[in-house]
Design a protein around this ligand. Structure first.
Ligand code: SF4
Ligand code: SF4
Length: 189
């Protein structure tokens, strides 16, 4: 994900779109039991604003330190598997941009639960929503791509595909060289 410098107006449409994209199917304002949880965070500093999200690092430090292999890297980025996360926060400590957070996350539309000892409860424990690692997954299960990119009213966000960036720049360089060579030929006539 890339943010065009100076373009963001700080409206938080990206945060809302992100939270909505990761809610259980069928959730409505009236049925929500917890606040929306985004996976990118608008940061304001001085007169500027910019959303910050996981950079999907090639050598992801969060994946390297995770003791349960809950963070994995594949061709489309870095992803957290909530069912494997134990909420130890090691990944939060090493993320270079602060994109990893702990949150009440859902797995396939259902909150992930943890058992808490409670002698007064039948069976001696109660289940409550677990706070687990949560971060941008590039909306990998959303056919239209990242919700934040589509929601930004000023086009400040874009999805960067490294191979495509290189191809576009190579093409631009080739065209510039061709134009320069053509200009030199014109001058030589
Ligand atoms: S909080 Fe979860 S994802 Fe992060 S390092 Fe611990 S087990 Fe792994
Ligand atoms: S939606 Fe666009 S303008 Fe609004 S906060 Fe997000 S990046 Fe900035």
């Amino acid at each position: 994900m890339s943010v065009t410098p100076g373009a963001c107006i700080g409206c938080r449409a990206c945060e809302l779109a992100c939270a909505a994209a990761h809610m259980a199917a069928g959730a409505t304002v009236g049925s929500m039991t917890r606040p929306p949880v985004p996976r990118l965070y608008l940061v304001r500093e001085g007169g500027t604003a910019a959303p910050v999200a996981c950079r999907h690092c090639e050598a992801a430090p969060c994946a390297a330190v995770c003791p349960t292999a809950a963070v994995r890297c594949d061709a489309s980025g870095v992803v957290v598997e909530p069912a494997r996360c134990i909420g130890c926060k090691a990944c939060l400590a090493v993320c270079p941009v602060g994109a990893m957070a702990l949150a009440e996350v859902q797995d396939h539309g259902r909150p992930v639960l943890r058992r808490v000892p409670d002698p007064a409860a039948p069976g001696g424990f109660v289940e409550e929503p677990a706070w687990l690692a949560s971060k941008c997954d590039l909306c990998r299960e959303r056919p239209a791509g990242p919700a934040c990119v589509g929601a930004c009213p000023v086009g400040a966000l874009s999805l960067v595909v490294p191979g495509e960036v290189r191809r576009v720049r190579l093409l631009a360089a080739a065209r510039a060289m061709a134009a320069a060579a053509s200009g030199a030929r014109e001058e030589g006539r």
